[in-house]
Design a protein around this ligand. Structure first.
Ligand code: SAM
Length: 625
């Protein structure tokens, strides 16, 4: 059942065909008549569509069959699978199946009542009593609530309340006896600490007047060589917060879409579904309303079709960005003339400031496509045609009974406008998007890939294989911190792939080929052989950093302590509070005094700090016990 969103063979064939056609056109346009993929974009898009409409096999966009959105029978199947996992005591698997049963059930249906009740049972078994009670509470508002279900719900609620009360009582007893040790080994307590761990939003002390989500210790510059980039206006210490921002738009990968709130991106166990589609859940009514207002009311109707076409997560996020632009209003989507009228440094500024929450700033972000990536380009353009088609159908901009003939569509200006808007969003996202990773409690060394985010001000930073910053995520807020001391006037570089510094030069340059520039960092120019990731893992870091230096006994000792505590924290699955990180930053600031900033040793220090920063983030939790 897990392959509900399978791509259908007819669509596969059509997509393949449309990709092949696009390959021909792009090859001819770029190599044959020398058009530029970046600057002659409109021309290339028009040529692609021209070619498609001349080809009978590509001309009609087929309508996917058996589109599954809310569906009583799918919900029932998931309930059955959930029950099997319940009997096998597989709590995590059981919970996810019941959540899917909730997502697919029709509003106010008997299936929805049973799905909530069953999930409350899974949560009860996994000792998630607060969430269990939330699900049971929802049942009170269900239109269909049979007596046998009512009785079960009532008994479960009573049991949950009793366990919660007993817990509180024993906790207060322990506190009264000051029995810290016993307190620490209480597994339930640790789990509930993690579940309820909230990090307050971080607020910058001094804001940059032009880019308010960056610190005033930074400045936005422009040069021909680097484009827009950020420099330090004053000396910056390790650990100093450089930027704090919410994503303009972000998404959750399909595999994890039932684990997280689709709006605020918190892991959520007692989630509620969208009323119309089965593809998103939320932690609260509030998040549901916000998502609908911002983008989901449009997305909701077309996502099932796009999933049937096998459109990938990144393109779906680009579509979301385009929809947000359309909903903000045509004045927020700049024209070509607007694009040309701005000075390069202040592109997209409004009243002298960059507004990371407004589509205009997104539309002015840098895009550049490498000629080496033709394949990706073709997939991308073909997907843009498909997304534009379904978007227009939903927005009722096409005549009724329209049969998907591209010839007819091509003559419509609104179709071409939408293709161009989505294509632009794809390119903005590819060039500026951030991968969002999350630590997980069961294996702290392996992060999970949660999704992607577009964080406008963070995209003003250029790349270096020796990054100077570290980015962590708290809910939908992203925090950038200095990972090494930065001198006044220096450009501040980030790393476009969090773990790239573990790879050799050739591999790094392959990754970077997409961005169309040659990295001139010391590691690339000097062709350093970066250490293998394993060497820097945990307890091997300490002595290596300082082995060539004689008189650093204190720093070595502190680093060893630091390393030991990291090891301890990792083993015990702990969370570090952001203010606790300060002490580590002090030690690292000291260490950097004795270690050349442009050296592989400095990368080891960076690795040490990133491990700590990782532990300040809430980890992905699975229900094991
Ligand atoms: C996320 S943007 C960075 C901001 C960009 N410089 C701008 O003007 O908006 C990525 C693009 O910046 C440029 N870039 C990034 N790192 C660079 C570097 N180290 N040297 C030169 N250009 C770089 C490349 O054109 C890349 O495609």
């Amino acid at each position: 059942m897990d392959n509900i969103e399978i791509t259908q063979p007819k669509l596969e064939f059509w997509k393949k065909n449309i990709h092949l056609k696009t390959v021909d056109v792009i090859n001819y346009a770029t190599q044959g008549i020398g058009l530029d993929l970046n600057n002659d974009r409109q021309n290339i898009i028009e040529r692609c569509i021209d070619d498609l409409v001349n080809e009978e096999a590509s001309r009609f966009i087929p309508t996917p069959e058996n589109i599954r959105t809310k569906d009583k029978y799918i919900s029932i199947i998931y309930q059955g699978e959930g029950k099997q996992h319940y009997d096998n005591k597989e709590h995590d698997e059981c919970w996810i199946k019941y959540t899917k049963a909730i997502a697919y059930a029709l509003p106010d249906s008997l299936e929805l009542t049973w799905a909530y009740l069953n999930r409350s049972g899974a949560l009860f078994k996994a000792s998630m009593f607060d969430d269990c009670l939330k699900d049971l509470d929802r049942l009170k508002h269900m239109k269909i609530f049979p007596d046998d279900a009512k009785l079960l719900a009532h008994v479960r609620a009573l049991k949950s309340h009793k366990i919660i009360a007993d817990r509180e009582f024993s906790l207060s007893l322990r506190r009264a006896n000051n029995n810290e040790a016993a307190d620490q080994v209480d597994k339930d307590r640790i789990l509930s600490l993690k579940l309820n761990y909230e990090i307050l939003p971080v607020i910058l002390e001094r804001n940059n007047p032009e880019v308010s989500s960056l610190s005033d210790s930074t400045q936005l510059n422009y040069s021909r060589e680097y484009g827009r980039h950020i420099i330090a206006k004053e000396d910056i210490q390790v650990g100093e917060v450089i930027g704090v921002e919410y994503a303009y738009a972000s998404n959750i990968v399909q595999d994890l879409k039932y684990n997280f709130c689709g709006y605020c991106k918190k892991q959520s166990w007692s989630s509620i579904p969208c009323n119309n589609c089965a593809h998103v859940v939320y932690c609260s009514e509030n998040c549901k309303i916000n998502a609908d207002n911002d983008y989901h009311r449009v997305e909701c109707k077309i996502i099932p079709y796009l999933l049937a076409f096998g459109i990938k997560d990144k393109y779906l996020l680009a579509l979301r960005i385009a929809i947000m632009g359309m909903l903000e209003g045509p004045d927020k989507i700049p024209t070509i003339e607007d694009l040309l009228s701005f000075a390069p440094r202040t592109r997209g500024f409004m009243n002298g400031r960059l507004r990371p929450d407004v589509h205009t700033s997104v539309a002015f972000m840098q895009t550049s496509i490498s000629i080496n990536l033709i394949d990706q380009e073709c997939v991308s353009l073909a997907d843009c045609f498909i997304m534009s088609y379904f978007l227009l159908i939903h927005m009722d901009s096409l005549p009724s009974g329209h049969d998907g003939d591209l010839q007819d569509l091509k003559s419509r200006k609104e179709f071409m406008n939408v293709v161009e808007l989505i294509d632009k969003s794809v390119r903005v996202l590819m060039n500026n998007g951030h991968e969002v990773l999350m630590p997980q409690t069961d294996d702290i060394n392996q992060q999970i890939h949660m999704g992607s985010a577009l964080i406008v001000p963070f995209s003003l930073f250029n790349h270096s294989c020796q990054p100077m910053v570290i980015i962590s995520r708290h809910g939908d807020q992203f925090i950038m911190k200095a990972s090494c001391p930065i001198k006044k006037g220096q450009q501040i570089f980030t790393n476009y792939g969090v773990t790239w510094y573990c790879h050799d030069k050739q591999t790094r340059q392959e990754f970077l080929s997409f961005y169309n520039f040659t990295c001139k960092c010391d590691a690339c120019c000097g062709d350093w052989i970066f250490h293998d990731k394993k060497i820097v893992d945990n307890n091997k870091i300490n002595n290596e950093i300082f082995q060539t230096l004689d008189d650093l006994a204190n720093v070595v000792e502190e680093c060893q302590l630091l390393n030991k505590s990291l090891h301890y924290l990792t083993e015990n699955n702990s969370i570090i509070k952001p203010d606790e990180l300060e002490v580590y930053s002090v030690i690292l600031n000291e260490s950097y005094k004795f270690s050349n900033i442009n050296s592989p040793q400095a990368v080891k220090l960076l690795y040490l700090l990133s491990n700590f920063v990782e532990l300040t983030q809430v980890a992905f939790i699975r229900l094991y016990h």
